[in-house]
Design a binder for this molecule. Sequence first.
Ligand SMILES: [Zn+2]
Length: 795
Amino acid sequence: MAKRTFSMLETFLIFLLVMMTAVTVALLSILFITSGTIENHKDSGFPDTQSSPATQSSPTTQSSLATQSSPTTQSSLATLGSTTTEGSTVTNGSTATQAPSVMSTPEPPLFQNFSGYHIGVGRADCTGQVADINLMGYSKTGQNARGILTRLYSRAFVMAEPDGLNRVVFVSVDIGMVSQRLRLEVLNRLQSKYGSLYRRDNVILSGTHTHSGPAGFFQYTVFVIASEGFSNRTFEYMVTGIVKSIEMAHKNMKPGKIFINKGIVEGAQINRSPSSYLQNPESERARYSSNTDKEMVVLRMEDLNGAELGLISWFAIHPVSMNNSNHLVNSDNMGYASYLFEQEKNKGYLPGQGPYVAAFASSNLGDVSPNILGPHCVNTGESCDNANSSCPIGGPSMCVATGPGEDMLHSTQIIGRILYQRAKELYASASQEVTGPLAAAHQWVNMTDVTVQLNSTHTAKTCKPALGYSFAAGTIDGFGGLNFTQGTTVGDPFWDTLRDQILGKPSEEIKECHKPKPILLHTGELTKPHPWHPDIVDVQIITIGSLAITAIPGEFTTMSGRRLREAVQTEFATHGMQNMTIVISGLCNVYTHYITTFEEYQAQRYEAASTIYGPHTLSAYIQLFRGLAKAIATDTVANLSRGPEPPFFKQLIASLIPNIVDRAPIGKTFGDVLQPAKPTYRVGEVAEVTFVGANPKNSAENQTHQTFLTVEKYEAASATWQIVHNDASWETRFYWHKGLVGHSNTTIQWHIPDTAQPGIYRIRYFGHNRKQEFLKPAVTLPFESTSAAFEVVTS
Ligand SMILES: [Zn+2]
């Protein structure tokens, strides 16, 4: 056989092949060692199932830690996180979060010899309806959604111990508050998908408290009324978004580290009930330099290679920079801070996209306003910073606090940027690593019936829910509408009679219990069509090493938060857990309005009138949270009673606004341009196009598009249109103008930033119209439209 000789080219190719193989093997080894991709864990046992981490075959093997179990047993998967949690005292029936009865020993994750946690982050859209629904927060009739300024997101963080045994989930959602119904449904779906991996005790859902998100996701009658009905469309959208964010976090878990930092934020908040704060004992106030909590707590999350994963920040401030004249759905100042942070970390991505997740979560914001210029009489300009927030001329309706900006959008940006800047500094210098075990404790409590041990000889009780007169007054951030005044301690015969006629008389027992609150609505005694307020609430703590997150089912005032933090910290210390950092996480799990101190309660401003379980509500919570802290510290969580399960009501009252078909003017169709863009704009101007519209609520049940609009730039080199903005961008506004019998217009604005590149642009509109043919079910049909191209010039 003739000897085969290789050409130069062949020799080179063989060499290249050998080198590439070597490099590939080396890279795979490095990846295997450093990332600890647990998805590959099973592969070590089953070489024939080799797959990339992105390849997931079934829900049960969907990801990282979830796949630690043997692939054949769903139940072993479920046991991964259940060690410290479900109580042995469980006696009642099936629940949304009950653990499966079959338990097996979980296999440890492959990669577990490191200090830190498996960390996953996820963000998903949860905007819901942006039309034909009230905005949640100000309870102002007629303040309904008519478009969108920014999208709302659910931001989820999953953390697990290196051995994969214990895990906790923290979710911050751009909504007014988490409702009980929302929470129960989310837990239900998590259970369906993950067994008992994610449960009532180790999942916290917290609302940012934006007052510019849609309402309609509640089951208790007070909130159904404030929402003007229940919206299944919005509810579904939110549940889906929250669950999706958790799924994303679950899927992309990787070994990493958490660093904590704290610092003071100046110039972002004022106390909106300073006279109430002054009711607290002088000796107590003397310990603090301010009547608001100025400390921001920041968590920095990164993987073992130092690649940044996410941020959680907690800070006490009401997201009410956008006032009650706003009609565009948006995430307010806290959402703007998230937006800036994520835009910076997700370079090259549109808002709402990219792997990095930054949550700005709520805290003890009950009496904290971002409208730092304070309350003034809008008619005379005088200060109305008094105990009744009332003006000499015009009364309380004239007393309004304003923010630092020229208008509410500007104020939102200023406050949001302050939060973002400070978080950025604290994040950059965060060097204290959080280490130690994860734990979780949770109870359902009947808050109408808690006996509080005031001291060694005296006890007190919580009350059935009731709202006081000053609840109807609203606040300096949003007046209530009728002529009610904050600080009212005596009822009014006119309103009392009206209430008695319509709703019946409150019992002597409830009146006595709530004193000195004059009861306007005895919600705890109203049960038609469903109870007006919750009896059963969640109390919950999760701990991440030396950090304890207390999940508060409402809005604590500044001093309430301080008392709870101190009491919980002391409780931990008493039982051997020294120097714990306690964070108040606000608006969690179920909404119960406000919680003031006993002393603040006496002044009966808005926050006190909205402390629905009576004067001892805070003391009850302190007692309950101390119980949870003790259980964690003494490793006796399993002995905690589970408590009574909250109800899940059927047949809620739906919105009275009918779903009607959309109609275009004769000779036109949906998306036709009615008012074109100008041919040319300068940077700093506003490009605007008006289209034949359709009700955007159709799009909340038909997610063929993730955005109502795009702004696109023509790239000559590639002859393509590149998307530069979507409807989550702060620069864009989507206004929906409702006309008669199904007719509507849509106006899209692009506030062209000074940084915009000169060039050719266009605006696109994506919608859904509702159509119904005779004797057929209604359908929603997607449509889209594009403006004529226009030019942007810099001067
Ligand atoms: Zn509030």
